[in-house]
Design a protein around this ligand. Structure first.
Ligand code: TYM
Length: 350
C-alpha cells in the first residue's frame, strides 16, 4: 500500500466555528500556523480549516452557525492569512464529506476504553446528558488530520491528548494494513517545531487554576477577540493575583501573575515575533505594585484588540468566499484520494 506523499509537509489546524474566539484560541492555534506561513511560505502546505461539524457537540444556537463559520474565516484572514498563496488551504470541514466517512471507518478501529480516557470528555461529559458526538469528536479530529497527511498540528495544551490518539489510531491501522497514513510527529517534536517547550494554556483571569475556555458562562475571565477594548481593559484590571506582592514568573505559587506575563508576551509577539516570555518576565521582575503591572498588560491587550478589530473590519468578504470555494474543490480531491486508499485497505473497494 502506498502512502500518499504530499509534495510538501502539511501543517494543519482548526478552531471550532464560534463567534466568540478568545485569545487562547488565537495564540494557541491560529497565530503559530500563520507565523509559519510568513516565515517559511513555500516550504509547507498549510491547511487552516473550520471544523464546523465539531461546533455543535454541545448545544448551540443553530441559526448562528453558518455565519459563525464564516466568522472564523474572517478571523484567520485578519490574523494575517494570505488568501492568494496557493499553498494555503482554507476550507470548511462539512464541505468535504470524506471527513465524516473516514470517521466511521476509524471509529471501528478505536477502542471504547481509549475514548473513555479522554480527559476533555470526562470534564465536559460528566456535566449531564452529553451527546455521542461529544464522546466521538476526537475520532473526527483524527480524520481531519489523517486525510491530508498532516505532519504538524499546532494546538493548545488541551488538545494534545487528541493528537496522541490520532497517532495511535494511525499507527494501529498502518500495522494492520501497511503504510496507510502519514503519522503526525510526536507532541514533543511538534512543540520544538513551533519553538516552544510545551503547549500553550492561557488561564482564566478570574480563576487562574483553570484554562480560559469559551464554555465559561460568565465571560469575566476570558478575553474574546470581539471584546470592546475598554471592557477587556477592565477584565485585566480585575484579574485575580496573589498576596506575594512581587511580579515574577512562578506558575505554581503565582498563577495569576504568571498568566498575565504570558498574555503580555503574546500580545507583544503579535507585533514582534522575537519577544520571549523570558524577556518580558525579566523586564517586570520584582515590580511590587500589581496595579501598575496590570495597567501595562491591560493597555497593551486593549491596543492589540483595537488593531485586530480594525483588521477584521477591513477583510475582503468576497476574496474569502472565493478562497473557500477553490480550497474546498482542491481539498475534496486530496481527501477523496486518502479515503479511497482506506476503503480499498479495509475491503470496501476492489
Ligand atoms: P477548539 O475550537 O476548542 O480550540 C481551538 C484551539 O485553541 C486552543 N485553545 C487554547 N490554547 C491556549 N490556551 C487556551 N486557554 C486555549 N483554549 C483553547 C485549542 O487547544 C485548539 O488548538 N477539536 C478542536 C478543533 C479541531 C482540530 C482538528 C484542531 C477539530 N479538528 C484537527 C486541530 C486539528 C477543538 O475543539 O479546538
Amino acid at each position: 500500500m502506498n502512502t500518499m506523499k504530499p509534495s510538501k509537509p502539511v501543517i494543519l489546524t482548526g478552531v471550532r466555528a464560534n463567534n466568540n474566539i478568545h485569545i487562547g484560541n488565537y495564540f494557541g492555534a491560529i497565530l503559530p500556523i500563520i507565523n509559519m506561513t510568513k516565515r517559511r511560505p513555500d516550504e509547507y502546505d498549510i491547511n487552516l480549516f473550520i471544523p464546523d461539524l465539531h461546533s455543535f457537540t454541545t448545544p448551540i444556537d443553530h441559526s448562528k452557525l453558518y455565519d459563525s463559520t464564516l466568522n472564523n474565516a474572517r478571523v484567520y484572514t485578519a490574523a494575517g492569512l494570505s488568501l492568494d498563496n496557493p499553498s494555503i488551504h482554507l476550507y470548511r470541514q462539512s464541505y468535504i464529506p470524506a471527513h465524516s466517512e473516514l470517521t466511521w471507518i476509524l471509529d471501528c478501529f478505536t477502542g471504547f476504553g481509549e475514548m473513555s480516557r479522554m480527559t476533555q470528555f470526562k470534564d465536559k461529559g460528566s456535566k449531564g446528558d452529553a451527546s455521542v458526538g461529544l464522546f466521538n469528536y476526537p475520532v473526527l479530529m483524527a480524520a481531519d488530520i489523517l486525510l491530508y497527511g498532516a505532519t504538524y498540528v499546532p494546538v493548545g495544551d488541551d488538545q494534545t491528548q487528541h493528537l496522541e490518539l490520532t497517532r495511535d489510531i494511525a499507527e494501529r491501522m498502518n500495522r494492520k494494513f501497511g503504510d496507510l497514513f502519514t503519522v503526525p510527529k510526536p507532541v514533543i517534536q511538534q512543540h520544538q517545531f513551533f519553538g516552544k517547550d510545551q503547549g500553550l494554556r492561557i488561564k482564566d483571569l478570574v480563576n487562574p487554576a483553570k484554562k480560559m475556555s469559551k464554555s465559561d458562562e460568565s465571560g469575566k475571565g476570558i478575553i474574546f477577540l470581539s471584546d470592546d477594548p475598554k471592557s477587556a481593559h477592565k477584565k485585566i484590571m480585575s484579574a485575580t493575583t496573589d498576596s506575594i506582592g512581587k511580579v515574577q514568573y512562578d506558575k505554581e505559587n503565582q498563577p495569576g501573575i504568571s498568566n498575565l506575563l504570558e498574555i503580555l508576551t503574546l500580545v507583544r509577539q503579535d507585533a514582534d515575533g522575537e519577544v520571549t516570555l523570558e524577556k518580558t518576565a525579566n523586564e517586570y521582575f520584582g515590580m511590587d505594585r500589581y496595579g501598575d503591572f496590570k495597567r501595562i498588560v491591560a493597555d497593551e491587550v486593549a491596543e492589540f484588540l483595537e488593531n485586530f478589530q480594525n483588521r477584521l473590519a477591513a477583510v475582503d468578504e468576497r476574496a474569502i468566499e472565493e478562497k473557500l470555494a477553490s480550497s474546498e474543490k482542491d481539498m475534496n480531491v486530496v481527501a477523496n484520494e486518502t479515503l479511497y486508499r482506506v476503503q480499498k485497505a479495509v475491503g470496501l473497494r476492489k
